[in-house]
Design a protein around this ligand. Structure first.
Ligand code: HH2
Length: 292
């Protein structure tokens, strides 16, 4: 089977090895001290480090969805956080692929105008009716993630009930997101799908979805997973401090690669880059007939 591709405004990516997306959160709790300039400098330094460690793209986010204390921000404040960072990265690293993690079309439009090439919408185009048209107009790459509910509760268990099984529900609801995008004029080739690990999912739901990624492959688009440091890893390993969940994250990423994921959103780029490249080399060394 030929490698999948992903169309961005200025290039088409061939997913012939795992694609690593480095997380760059510019929420105040991530970069708490200093004024705006210090924040941009800190973000740039972090961006530079992640690129040096092998990140294929950087995902800039200005609104947290964290289960404890996700405070929704308005478009103006989110733009104020995100835009200088997108501008600075685009100026310093013009070849870097920059994604903006937002559910708001106004924020997406400003970021795309400033050099971002991808919109990562954790609501899968559910929360802002203008998102599809905005992405289509800019020919943006699009990551559509499965979730339920609003920003403040999508990472809780408030909507984590799945009568017909979590995998069937995620497949159906992600399919609806894809349809919304196509109806707005987004090209199918520009879309990557993400089951939304930990979003409206208890740990057992996240595990079930990771194990059954193959069932989402029939939606016809490459799959991204965001397992990095998440709660289900803490539950399995007993590691309570999120930043210390690096080894559990590696295990989840490698398992997801084996199950069909090709893009990986991570905090710890070097660990993911090396682990996924090695796992991929082993997978590729299998006799052709035995490959997944
Ligand atoms: N997870 C988070 C945020 N954005 N985007 C995609 N596509 N997939 C994910 O799994 C995903 C995401 C939450 O993680 P994090 O960035 O660590 O936290 P926060 O929401 O506080 O920024």
């Amino acid at each position: 089977m030929p490698d999948a591709t992903w169309r961005l405004p200025d290039r088409t990516i061939t997913l012939d090895r795992p694609f690593v997306v480095g997380i760059l959160n510019v929420t105040p709790d991530s970069f708490s001290d200093g004024g705006r300039h210090a924040t941009v400098d800190a973000a740039l330094a972090h961006a530079e480090r992640m690129l040096a460690e092998g990140a294929d793209a950087l995902d800039v986010g200005g609104e947290s969805t964290r289960p404890q204390g996700a405070t929704p921000v308005d478009a103006e404040e989110e733009t104020r956080r995100v835009l200088p960072v997108v501008e600075a990265i685009s100026a310093r690293f013009p070849q870097a692929i920059v994604s903006v993690d937002t559910v708001k079309s106004a924020v997406a439009a400003r970021a795309l105008g400033a050099g971002a090439g991808v919109v990562n919408d954790v609501s899968g185009f559910r929360l802002d009716a203008g998102m599809g048209e905005t992405c289509a107009r800019h020919r943006a790459g699009v990551i559509l993630m499965h979730s339920r509910g609003a920003v403040h509760d999508m990472a809780t268990f408030a909507h984590a009930s799945y009568d017909d099984g979590v995998v069937a529900a995620v497949r159906r609801e992600l399919g609806e997101s894809l349809e919304r995008a196509l109806a707005a004029g987004v090209a199918a080739e520009a879309v990557v799908l993400d089951p939304g690990i930990g979003f409206a999912k208890r740990p057992e739901h996240s595990l079930a979805v990771l194990a059954a990624l193959g069932e989402l492959a029939s939606l016809g688009r490459p799959l991204l997973v965001g397992v990095s440091r998440k709660r289900f890893i803490g539950e399995i390993t007993g590691v309570t401090i999120a930043a210390d969940r690096i080894h559990g994250t590696t295990g989840a990423n490698v398992a997801a690669l084996g199950a069909g994921a090709r893009l990986f959103r991570v905090h710890d780029v070097r660990a993911a880059r090396e682990a996924l490249d090695v796992a991929w080399a082993v997978m590729r060394a299998r006799p052709a007939g035995a490959r997944a």
